[in-house]
Ligand binder design. Structure first.
Ligand code: ZN
Length: 323
């Protein structure tokens, strides 16, 4: 157990075979009701750890709410398990809809993979870790609305929009004590994955960068991120993240300049990835789809800035530089 602030505790939930290593589970203890933020993969091991956490912190199921920052399985995996025990669950409508309509979400992921040119890699959704550890059944939830307040443990948490990493991610901000629970918006050492969600969701990298700027301006004494160690200075980290994406955008432009028309897969192959494989063709399948999704988000950001455009041929997109 680690007390990170008055009435606030942090526990680590292991994420097997995942580079994120573990999820930081936050517990806010109150007299009448308590809250936990996010809940880990849906595995037997995590269920057991979760029950031990409830016992250790003296939490009872009926008077604890579960706040979910976003749809990813390492954050929502145990949500229906906990709801069935009596917890009230909060999540934004966009994320709640995605959780409750997995077929739509996975169909979109598959369709995007085809647009990106992963057809030749025998892309299979079943090998995606988010698919393997997803929650079971439908999730009844209370909608977490932007601007709403949750009062727990002497704190007033305001729900804020942190979309970008996913289309409807939210965070909890406590203005008086300057605390922000930011989900995967800002992480120490690792760059949050920003992917292409489909054309209906617009420029995900642009949305992400805009929300980095928003958080930069906020007064934050303690930033509670969902993975790795906690950060001391949110502004320093935001500067680093913005620099990282600026470099990535330059890399994408360089890759696009190599050919007249490039698929997202072509661009991805020419970018640098910290994966121990000799070439893109040898990447494990899940890494291929993470990498192309990230490349695609950068390409689309350039398109929204008017620097890139595409043509579509045989279900596949071919991008080119316009300037
Ligand atoms: Zn995430």
């Amino acid at each position: 157990m680690q007390g990170v602030y008055q009435n606030i505790f942090m526990e680590a939930l292991p994420l097997p075979n995942n580079p994120l290593k573990s999820l930081n589970l936050f517990i806010i203890k109150g007299d009448k009701r308590s809250m936990i933020i996010d809940c880990g993969f849906n595995t037997e091991e995590t269920r057991e750890i979760m029950l031990n956490i409830f016992e250790k912190h003296g939490l009872d199921f009926e008077n604890t709410i579960l706040y979910l920052t976003h749809r990813h399985s390492d954050h929502v995996g145990l949500a229906t398990f906990l709801r069935d025990k009596g917890l009230e669950v909060y999540i934004s409508r966009v994320e709640g809809n995605a959780v409750n309509d997995p077929n739509h979400t996975w169909d979109a992921t598959f369709k995007n993979a085809m647009l990106q040119g992963l057809g030749e890699d025998n892309f299979k959704i079943e090998e995606h870790p988010g698919y393997k550890y997803a929650l079971e059944g439908m999730l009844d939830y209370t909608e977490a609305g932007i601007g709403d307040t949750l009062s727990i443990g002497g704190y007033d948490f305001e729900i804020i929009d942190l979309s970008g990493h996913t289309p409807g991610m939210t965070g909890l901000y406590e203005r008086k004590h300057q605390l922000l629970f930011c989900g995967d918006h800002i992480l120490k050492k690792i760059t949050p994955n920003i992917t292409f969600w489909g054309f209906e969701w617009g420029d995900s990298l642009g949305t992400y960068l805009k929300n980095l700027d928003k958080v930069y301006e906020m007064e934050i004494a303690h930033l509670f991120s969902s993975h790795r160690e906690l950060l001391a200075n949110h502004r320093e980290r935001i500067d680093e993240l913005k620099q990282h994406h600026a470099k990535r955008l330059a890399e994408v432009k360089k890759a696009l300049s190599l050919k007249e028309y490039s698929s997202v897969r072509d661009v991805t192959k020419h970018m640098h990835w910290d994966i121990r494989s000799r070439s893109f063709d040898e990447f494990p399948q899940s890494q291929k789809s993470f990498a192309t999704g990230e490349a695609h988000a950068h390409i689309e950001h350039l398109r929204h800035k008017g620097e890139v455009d595409f043509i579509q041929k045989d279900e596949k997109l071919y991008y080119f530089l316009t300037v």
